[in-house]
Write a protein that binds this ligand. Structure first.
Ligand code: TYD
Ligand code: MG
Length: 461
């Protein structure tokens, strides 16, 4: 039997070589050679229906000729997952879920599989044994009745064997945990290498598109926070979800970084409990710490993540610098933006920030990019510096410009109504946001200002 032929190709210039070489003789780049299949053995059924595709010739069609499938989506019982996927799982889609080890990817996938009681789910694990998965399943509360009739488990890493099992089982959903453990026998390289990851993902993609079965792939993340494996993996799949959070805190955030079927600005929030992940439907509750008495340096900003308003607590600590260069350490916020805001406070408002260490922390381990947090952050810094607490029934939503002016932010009405819903009594916004607002309808007091300084005068006198 003729063996499948593979060659090594340089990823940057395409130079080919029969064996692996460290430095490309053509373009000079290092470590760029990856093994790829060049001729496929016809008799060997290694790929998903390799032979069926040969008889099919695609013809160009006008969009009119193509029948619309409508928007069919499989809604899962997990509302947070539905939200990040843009309303449910699209049939035939390939979804990659990445995250650091131990963040809860396997737990999330297992929980999803168990909660879809009507659909036949195949969970392929290359990392854990059948007993381990069973033990974990019994601990999770997502399936209170404990019936696992439609949930199939396969401890396997060879793609050939996986496809064989799939053909006899015909599942409605496949979960692969993880793509780095898969191994295609067409390549000699070890599982987890770039060539293997790409080849296995390619076979799975073909399978998903041809059978219209959704496939979830769990992917590991390298030390620098990138999905391990080639960047091309992200191009191949339809949706990339990122599972993140501080491992020492219970909260986990599921973020979409690519989605062919929905918006990428959505986030889902979970809490890791002893019996699995719990959806957090009212995130503001967890992002505002419960405390007795008022603390200087703590303020609350009304931000928007995706389509969802979130009220987030910011804590700052400002103390005299003991070394020459003061430290600026933000957690959950951009360092450069913090430097800019400190410069605005120094230059436009006359605070001596140059001799102070500044530490800033977003509650709940969340990373905030919304510029509407600026005002709350500036107030928090000054509150800590001057040791004056800010009333915890007040929140803020405005961007701060380089001139110390308050700038308008988007969807201000949504922010105000969320603050009102959570029992805040007052919100400070920019006067330029005011135009689109009907202030008579709101119960919460809305204070409008044009400059940062005016807010300080109003709050601290
Ligand atoms: P896991 O899903 O195995 O992470 P990943 O697949 O991303 O590597 O989750 C691992 C962590 O989650 C583990 O450290 C323990 C914790 N955990 C709980 O706190 N409660 C639970 O019910 C489960 C299943 C896990
Ligand atoms: Mg795992």
């Amino acid at each position: 039997m003729a063996k499948t032929k593979t060659l090594f190709f340089c990823q940057s210039c395409g130079h080919e070589s029969p064996k692996w070489i460290g430095k490309c003789p053509s373009c000079g780049s290092w470590n760029s050679f990856v093994e790829e299949v060049v001729t496929k053995n016809e008799t060997d059924r290694h790929d998903w229906r390799q032979d069926s595709s040969k008889n099919r010739i695609s013809k160009p069609k006008t969009l009119n000729e193509i029948e619309s499938a409508g928007e069919i989506r499989i809604a899962t019982p997990d509302q947070e997952l539905n939200r990040v996927l843009g309303g449910g799982i699209v049939p035939g889609s390939l979804i990659l879920i990445g995250g650091e080890p131990g963040i809860g990817k396997s737990t999330l996938m297992l929980q999803l599989g168990l909660s879809l009681q009507k659909a036949k789910v195949l969970y392929v694990s290359g990392e854990e044994s059948e007993q381990q998965i069973k033990m974990r399943a019994e601990r999770l509360s997502s399936n209170p009745k404990g019936t696992y009739e439609n949930f199939y488990m396969l401890a396997e890493t060879a793609t050939k064997n996986i496809f064989q099992a799939v053909e006899s089982l015909n599942p409605n959903l496949i979960i692969i945990d993880s793509i780095q453990t898969l191994h295609s026998h067409l390549l000699d390289s070890a599982a987890g290498s770039i060539g293997q990851v790409r080849q296995s993902a390619g076979e799975l993609m073909k399978f998903a598109k041809e059978t219209n079965t959704p496939v979830f792939l769990v992917g590991h993340i390298t030390k620098d926070g990138l999905l391990a494996g080639p960047k091309v993996l992200e191009h191949m799949v339809d949706t990339v979800l990122q599972f993140e959070g501080d491992r020492h805190l219970a909260y986990r955030i599921l973020r979409t970084t690519k989605n062919r079927f929905g918006s990428t600005s959505e986030i889902g929030i979970y809490e890791m409990l002893g019996n699995g992940l719990r959806e957090v439907s009212n995130p503001s509750e967890i992002l505002i710490s419960q405390k007795d008495g008022q603390l200087s340096g703590a303020t609350i900003g009304a931000t928007i993540e995706g389509n969802r308003p979130l009220l987030i607590e910011i804590q700052s600590l400002v103390s005299p610098a003991s070394y020459g260069t003061p430290q600026r350490t933000p957690t959950g916020f951009d360092q450069k933006r913090l430097n800019m805001l400190l410069a605005v406070l120094e230059k436009r408002c006359g605070f001596r920030m140059g001799t102070q260490d500044v530490f800033v922390n977003m509650a709940g381990g969340i990373y905030v990019e919304d510029p509407a947090i600026d005002l709350a952050l500036c107030i928090s810094i000054i509150s800590s510096m001057e040791e004056i607490p800010v009333n915890d029934k007040i929140c803020f939503a405005a961007e701060v410009g380089l001139g110390g002016e308050l700038r308008a932010v988007n969807r201000i009405d949504q922010r105000i109504s969320e603050a009102e819903k959570l029992g805040f009594q007052m919100i400070y916004i920019s006067k330029y946001s005011q135009k689109s607002l009907d202030l008579n309808k709101t119960k919460i007091t809305v204070k409008v200002f044009g400059k940062l300084e005016e807010v300080f005068n109003d709050l601290f006198g």
